[in-house]
Design a protein around this ligand. Structure first.
Ligand SMILES: [Zn+2]
Length: 183
């Protein structure tokens, strides 16, 4: 087994992570008021750091009998059915129906040109991939801290980094008056 820097790090995992793919979130669309009555159009873009990794157009058609949306991605139009229910606090809560398995899902992912849910894409969340893929990096970091006198365990580095990543990625708070999400 080579040490850190031998190149092992930069191999792709065989399973694509959710973050590697481009995703669309029904909650975001709700926040963008895309699920209001009538036809609406917007575009969404994905970024990785400062770099744009892609964009797609979104059309929603909300009416009494007809609720659907379509994604315009790579010159293709992918229609997606919507599902909704009326929660206690009023209004409607919308979900996508996965175009492949028709499961009701909050997020859909583009992998290549295919749009489907996480299960169909056989994705794993980065958080579980992450649990070991960076261990050797953390060990390396802990080693370099050692040189400055006081030692640090690599698990402490991992814990610190994980919390930092979490606080950076923290989603904005939901609007007040909504119940807590329970699964
Ligand atoms: Zn699916």
């Amino acid at each position: 087994m080579g040490g850190y820097g031998s190149g092992r790090y930069f191999r792709y995992n065989t399973k694509c992570t959710v973050e590697d793919c481009r995703s669309v979130d029904a909650n975001d669309f709700a926040r963008w008021k895309m699920f209001r009555e009538g036809q609406r159009y917007t575009s969404t873009r994905w970024t990785l750091g400062d770099r744009e990794t892609g964009s797609c157009g979104v059309i929603t058609q909300i009416g009494d009998g007809l609720t659907c949306c379509a994604f315009l991605f790579n010159n293709r139009r992918v229609p997606v059915a919507l599902s909704w229910y009326a929660p206690g606090y009023g209004g409607r809560r919308y979900f996508f129906l996965c175009p492949v398995c028709h499961r009701r899902v909050r997020t859909l992912h583009f992998k290549g040109r295919e749009l489907a849910c996480r299960i169909c894409h056989n994705l794993t969340y980065k958080s579980c991939n992450e649990s070991h893929s960076f261990d050797r990096l953390y060990m390396h970091m802990a080693e370099s801290f050692h040189r400055d006198g006081k030692g640090v365990s690599w698990t402490a580095v991992k814990w610190y980094m994980r919390n930092m990543i979490r606080s950076v990625n923290k989603r904005p708070r939901r609007p007040r008056g909504r119940p807590k999400k329970c699964r």
